[in-house]
Design a protein around this ligand. Structure first.
Ligand code: PLP
Length: 443
């Protein structure tokens, strides 16, 4: 490199790293992240893509916009409440606060009075039992699938899991419940047909090889027409007669009935109808963190909790904290979105439409996550050209709209009201009109 080579003027690594702003940023982003950003801009200067004198300012800009996680907060403008691709349930304020507390050392497995080891996750369990008094006991595992696998593996033992052919469902991303159950060595005994299963079908399958009865809520689809099924109450009488456990997998996680979703089964009703154990997800309609809940008879839950598999499926302290706060705290964002007042949604949507100059159309929201698949949630959306969807998704903050019938629909059901102004700014930016103050657009 000659004396007049501009690369000579690229700032040296040690000088850059000693910059007070980079030292401060390093304390929370980590020195590896800072080091790689420094190298990246030095390399750009070496290859002539940026001027050596710009290296420092470019590094400072990159560091200041760098987040601690690559996950980005997204405004969910789809109208789909439990959106699996967006991480299902947004947590309540109480739940977020609990996560911060649990991030440090916490007494998750310690009795502070005696200084001895205690049961894990007692707080979450007690909150669940207060919220669902029909359950004698509860156990929390990693997710709904884990809860189902634990219940069937342990209760069926070497025997068969007896299930209706109408309930052999695929739950998403290509995962099928039958495969899941058989993956730990349990064997399925399918009874009935896709559209009709009778009590006598179950009865004909019961015998020495029977391990447990399983009823699965088909969640994401409905069969209509010439159909017949056997309810939990009827299965209870068979379970008693043959002295076998009855497991009910409900998925979506309502602890009690919700009048918005009259066909969505709930834990309390299933237990009252005679289930020994009910399994649900924590991050569907319950509105909490990813978790699998097992609720039911004390003796059965105790057996499940003692099985070695329970240790492999156990939950993190963060989940236990967030779940407890979800169940015992105020209304969750999921429940609020489910019960959003259509008149208020319309007012908010009109403010948005007025600010950006577009039409308001009727738009049904959805429960999502397999809940209430055929239940429309009446509401409204701002209707934009389809070409706006991409700039919306890639904007800051990213907004996920619903693209439907050649239009880009912005539904406010799942957008916290406090974020409305931010959303309007994001839509204006996506339309190439960033900086316009709401209400001053030319039409
Ligand atoms: C969603 C669902 C599951 C799986 O629960 P995850 O929490 O996603 O693991 C199992 N059974 C039913 C009926 C479901 O709807």
């Amino acid at each position: 490199m000659g004396a007049d080579d501009p690369r000579r003027f690229i700032p040296r690594t040690d000088r850059l790293l000693s910059h007070p702003e980079l030292r401060r940023a390093g304390a929370h982003l980590g020195s590896d992240v800072i080091g790689s950003i420094v190298q990246q801009f030095q390399a750009l200067a070496r290859s002539g893509e940026i001027a050596p004198e710009d290296v420092e300012s470019r590094i400072l800009a990159a560091v200041s916009s760098r987040q601690v996680t690559s996950l980005k907060s997204v405004l969910n403008a789809t109208g789909v409440i439990v959106h699996t691709n967006l991480g299902r349930a947004p947590l309540s304020e109480a739940s977020r606060e609990a996560l911060l507390t649990a991030a440090g050392y916490v007494d998750v497995e310690l009795d502070l009075v005696d200084g001895t080891r205690s049961g894990r996750g007692v707080g979450a369990r007690e909150a669940l039992l207060r919220a669902c008094p029909a359950a004698e006991s509860a156990l929390v595992v990693n997710n709904g699938a884990a809860a189902l696998v634990l219940a069937t593996t342990v209760l069926a033992g070497l025997g068969e899991v007896v299930i209706s052919r109408g309930e052999l469902v695929e739950i998403g991303a290509g995962f099928r419940l039958p495969d899941l159950i058989e993956s730990t060595g349990a064997r399925l005994r399918e009874v009935g047909t896709t559209n009709r299963t009778h009590l006598r079908d179950y009865e004909a399958a019961l015998g020495d090889r029977t391990g447990c009865l399983l009823k699965v809520h088909p969640s994401n689809f409905r069969i209509s027409g010439f159909t017949a099924g056997v309810d939990v109450h009827q299965l209870r009488s068979l379970a008693d007669e043959y002295n076998i456990p009855l497991v009910v997998d409900l998925g979506s996680g309502l602890l009690e009935p919700d009048q918005m979703l009259p066909d969505e089964p709930d834990v309390a009703s299933a237990l009252e109808a005679g289930a020994d154990v009910v399994t649900v997800s924590g991050d569907k309609l319950l509105g909490g963190p990813q978790a699998g809940l097992l609720l039911g008879r004390a003796e059965v839950i105790e057996t499940l909790a003692r099985h070695p598999l329970a240790r492999a499926l156990r939950t993190d302290k963060l989940t236990l904290a967030a779940l407890e706060a979800t169940v015992s705290g105020p209304v969750t964002p999921v429940v609020a979105a489910l019960h959003a007042d259509p008149a208020r949604l319309r007012e908010r949507t009109e403010v948005l439409a007025e600010a950006v100059g577009c039409a308001v159309v009727e738009h049904d929201g959805r429960v999502g996550g397999g809940g209430g698949p055929d239940v429309p949630l009446p509401g409204w959306a701002a209707q934009l050209p389809q070409s706006v969807a991409r700039p919306l998704r890639t904007g800051d903050p990213p907004v996920l709209p619903r693209v439907h019938d050649g239009a880009c629909l912005v539904d406010l059901r799942c957008v916290p009201e406090d974020d409305d102004e931010q959303l309007i700014a994001a839509v204006l930016a996506a339309l190439g009109r960033a900086g316009e103050t709401p209400g001053t657009e030319s039409r």
